[in-house]
Design a binder for this molecule. Structure first.
Ligand code: DGL
Length: 287
């Protein structure tokens, strides 16, 4: 169970002194806020330091080498802020970088792909699962690989939906144009008899109502953000890193850093998070 979820987080030793430290969460930009939002809802005692790589988004069309380099830089930054665990809240970075980086880490790290793949593999009834994501995530076949670890006989059908990211960032969550684009992307699933569809990109949970309308009630939509927050909760307990609410400064705080366009990030964050963000600080991640 432990290994299936978290791979080789081998240094399983207690870090009680870090119980009240924040969790580091990163993404290529605003998308990972859907994961941060779930952590805020499910683990309200946990503080978060979020980094959105708004200067270098999108990750979905970049090479594995580039995503690895970016991810290492960001993890280094989050470590410098004293985080106790890292959440790779980006499907593309989880697909391309997580397994290579995990052995280099001195703290627990979790991505969004395994938790989403596991729940889809375990809940499908007819064994036919669709995955939508960026070109990078779908092309990497990572969801197929992870689903097959839990359900070797499952049929997995992938579809890259690159236009979804800019449509979400434009705020067109229920727009007729978004509906048209979604219909075209999802047409290939209509005849495929899938009963489960993984929203394998951070932005897609924000299109849940449109996607659900097109796919209908027979298709269960899996939001990896939800499963990741649950997985993070279990991981923190396992490492004795969960905030028990008993420390002096144990109430949750949230801090946000970006590599560009801080004001735009802040506005987007305030439109989807359950709390108000006062500031997103600009940093130069390459330095
Ligand atoms: N955060 C990315 C992901 O989940 C989507 C946006 C991008 O391409 O950078 O794959």
């Amino acid at each position: 169970m432990y290994d299936l979820f978290y791979g080789d987080n081998k240094m399983k030793q207690p870090f009680e002194d870090k119980r009240y430290a924040p969790v580091g969460v990163f993404d290529s930009g605003v998308g990972g806020l859907t994961v941060a939002r779930e952590i805020m809802r499910q683990l309200p005692r946990e503080s978060i330091i979020y980094f959105g790589d708004t200067a270098r988004v999108p990750y979905g069309s970049k090479s594995k080498e580039t995503i690895l380099r970016y991810s290492r830089q960001i993890i280094h930054f989050l470590e410098s802020k004293g985080v106790k665990a890292i959440v790779v809240a980006c499907n593309t970075a989880s697909a391309f970088a997580l397994e290579e980086i995990r052995p280099e880490m001195k703290m627990p790290i979790i991505g969004v792909v395994k938790p989403g793949a596991r729940v889809a593999a375990e809940t499908t009834v007819n064994g036919r699962i669709g995955v939508i994501g960026t070109e990078g995530t779908v092309g990497s076949q990572i969801y197929t690989e992870m689903i097959h670890r839990h359900n070797p006989g499952a049929v997995v059908l992938g579809k890259a939906c690159p236009l979804f990211v800019p449509l979400v960032e434009e705020g067109w969550l229920k727009d007729s144009i978004t509906m048209e684009v979604a219909k075209r992307y999802l047409a290939s699933f209509q005849e495929s008899d899938i009963d489960t569809l993984i929203l394998g990109c951070t932005h897609y949970p924000l299109l849940r109502s449109i996607i659900g309308e097109i796919m209908g009630d027979r298709v269960n939509l899996v939001n990896p953000a939800y499963e990741t927050a649950q997985g993070l909760g279990r991981l923190l307990e396992e490492y004795q890193l969960a905030n028990d609410g008993k420390g002096e400064n144990s109430s949750a705080s949230y801090r946000f850093f970006v590599s560009d366009a801080a004001e735009k990030f802040k506005n987007f964050a305030n439109s989807i998070l359950p709390c108000e963000i006062k500031e997103a600080r600009l940093i130069h991640i390459e330095e």
